[in-house]
Write a protein that binds this ligand. Structure first.
Ligand code: ADP
Ligand code: UDP
Length: 241
């Protein structure tokens, strides 16, 4: 796989063309950001840990019947993925109240949400990713009704698979964000699933093992990501190589 020109450099990953028009390379960088890019830092090893973590989870989701863009690991911090036409929406499922939900609705962090709740956000940094609903998506044509139904279905199916994966290793999946895209007429899961885009707590102590450690200045950010990866059995053997 030949790496081509850089198409896009985001807050945490860079996207490259390849010699195959249907494939891209995602490079996971050590850059971390929060609060719409207001707080930034470089966290050693994060790019590699997240690349490996993402590969592991994407494969587990494929096993659970969720179609993803993931093809293969290319290097310690790069993966080959299918080139999607990204749908500019973030699909968030919440099993436990945290983050923006607590601020918006005045509920206590840690409250169980049964059934889990679902939110759409528009992916737009300048507008601070506003929360939107199905009617906005329809009026502005961001996705078809069929795509909306498919994104919701796949996001909830992912919840069942992921909750079980983390629960088996003593962790609670609090919430997470997924992004989808179009590939030859199908909707596939794109982007990433890593502790940068979800909340994970230790089931016994409720210790935060995700990006809230960075947002809240708790320290030990990458160490927590590594702990989650180790518990799941993700191969991190060449992280320091
Ligand atoms: P952001 O754009 O939010 O700063 P990143 O730094 O993670 O986020 O950048 C990665 C970009 O790549 C995101 O905009 C994401 O939507 C896009 N992307 C992820 N997977 C694919 C894919 N398979 N095809 C095309 N674009 C993708
Ligand atoms: N999330 C994300 N990218 C975003 C916004 C949210 O990955 O641009 C994830 C976040 O890590 C959390 C979930 O989506 O797991 C819900 O985030 P929330 O709405 O609580 O926003 P936050 O307070 O994290 O900004």
């Amino acid at each position: 796989m030949q790496i081509g020109k850089e198409l896009y450099s985001g807050k945490a990953k860079s996207v490259f063309e390849t010699d195959d028009p249907d494939r891209l390379i995602l490079r996971f960088r050590d850059d971390t950001s929060a609060f719409d890019g207001e707080k930034v830092a470089q966290l050693a090893r994060k790019g590699t840990v997240n690349n490996k973590f993402n590969a592991f989870i994407m494969q587990r989701l494929e096993d659970a019947g969720i179609p993803t863009h993931f093809d293969e690991l290319l290097s310690k911090n790069e993966s080959v993925v299918k080139r999607l036409e990204m749908i500019p929406l973030e699909c968030v499922v919440r099993n436990i109240a945290a983050g923006s939900l607590c601020k918006r609705l005045g509920v206590q962090e840690g409250m169980d949400l049964d059934p889990p709740t679902f939110e759409f956000f528009l992916k737009n940094d300048e507008l601070h990713d506003p929360m939107i609903n199905d009617y906005h998506i329809r009026s502005f044509g961001w996705a078809t009704d069929e795509e909306v139904a498919q994104m919701k279905k796949l996001t909830f199916e992912a919840n069942d698979a992921l909750k079980a994966i983390f629960q088996a290793e003593g962790m609670l999946l609090v919430d997470y964000k997924l992004e989808f895209g179009r590939y030859h007429g199908r909707v596939l899961l794109g982007d990433e699933f890593t502790p940068d885009g979800c909340r994970l707590w230790d089931a016994d102590t409720r210790k935060k093992l995700d990006k809230d450690r960075f947002r809240q200045g708790l320290g030990g950010v990458v160490e927590a990501y590594e702990e989650v990866a180790r518990r799941l059995g993700v191969d991190l053997s060449d992280v320091n190589a």
